[in-house]
Design a protein around this ligand. Structure first.
Ligand code: SF4
Length: 344
């Protein structure tokens, strides 16, 4: 089983071979501490539902923090010695993401406040509270908005080009994020030209207000979320920015969007809500958006049908997986002297 890292943490990979046959391993077996040169060596392990341990891609994998002391102790924790050695990540740590339309995440801000219906089952909130309960330093304030100056320059250390989702655990344009800090985030993005940065906000009015104070290099894609017609004005605000690539995320899609004006939009993502209490999405809502994109030659990405078990509902629309990206992506990587987008 792969244990996936969360933003702001070092991650290890723990392998539990199916041959192990253990349906559960007591949590106390992992009260160990690994120390090395990689920050603190924090790892996470699924503990609340042992039956999920062998499900590689379950969205709720990260439920418990374990601190691993040394390999010997870890091995002795399992009587069958079936736990494969911990593999240290290569430096510097890259926070790989399971989000289908990006490669990795970077969270210079964590925490947020809810602003519209789309926020009702906010994944970032759920995860922040879990990480706080697990004692992860970066989330000591839970879901309270917190800026993290210490990770401001992180992407500069990542050599391989990748698509980076900025603030998957917050909203960079939240009113409480100081303008100077937003500008610092932009400075890093301006410098880290090897990457594409995907900034997604539910507060595009603030983006438009700050537009002239920000430097919009072509590697910054600016997006806004629209979950229902009530928030169509966000699209107008986005259009008032100088971002070279503007995108729209209709996720969680909570209703039809018949009046979507996609002029000037370079990419559209759509998807249903997933996780506990997920609200249903209807196929005709998604089709309508897809058809408009096809008509206007705008790349369309269908992320998921969602639901409580999103793996079961999948992400096929009318027999096809819609995985389109902005044309700018291909030309961007081509211009980076043949560097290809890495696989997440
Ligand atoms: S804006 Fe995003 S991060 Fe903030 S509460 Fe809403 S869904 Fe969560």
């Amino acid at each position: 089983m792969q244990v996936i890292s969360e933003p702001g943490t070092t991650h290890f990979i723990l392998d539990f071979p199916k041959a192990c046959g253990r349906s559960s391993v007591p949590v106390h077996a992992f009260k160990l501490l690994w120390t090395d040169n990689y920050n603190q060596g924090i790892a996470y392990l699924l503990t609340q539902k042992p039956e999920w341990w062998h499900h590689e891609n379950h969205p709720d994998q990260i439920l418990h923090q374990i601190i691993v002391d040394d390999q010997e102790k870890l091995n002795s924790a399992c009587p069958q010695h079936c736990i494969a050695p911990l593999r240290k990540p290569e430096k510097p740590v890259v926070h790989l993401s399971k989000i289908e339309w990006t490669d990795s995440t970077w969270n210079p801000v964590t925490g947020c406040t809810k602003i519209s219906q789309g926020c009702q089952h906010c994944y970032a909130e759920r995860m922040s509270l879990r990480l706080q309960a697990a004692g992860v330093g970066k989330y000591e304030h839970g879901f309270r908005l917190t800026v993290h100056k210490d990770v401001l320059h992180e992407p500069l250390q990542w050599k391989k080009p990748r698509m980076v989702f900025v603030n998957s655990m917050s909203d960079l344009f939240h009113k409480d994020v100081p303008t100077a800090f937003i500008r610092s985030v932009f400075q890093t993005m301006n410098q880290a030209q090897q990457h594409i940065f995907q900034v997604l906000t539910k507060r595009p009015l603030r983006v438009a207000t700050l537009n002239n104070k920000l430097r919009w290099t072509p590697n910054i894609w600016m997006g806004t979320s629209i979950e229902s017609t009530q928030w169509l004005s966000r699209l107008d605000a986005l259009k008032h920015t100088d971002a070279c690539v503007k995108f729209l995320s209709c996720e969680p899609l909570l209703g039809p969007l018949p009046d979507l004006d996609l002029d000037g939009i370079d990419w559209v993502i759509a998807g249903g809500e997933s996780g506990p209490g997920a609200r249903p999405v209807r196929v005709e809502w998604v089709r309508e958006i897809r058809d408009r994109c096809v008509e206007q030659n705008i790349p369309f990405f269908f992320k998921q049908w969602g639901g409580v078990f999103k793996k079961r509902t999948g992400r096929t629309l009318d027999g096809k997986v819609w995985n389109q990206f902005p044309v700018a992506m291909r030309s961007y990587y081509r211009s980076r002297a043949g560097q290809s987008r890495p696989k997440a």
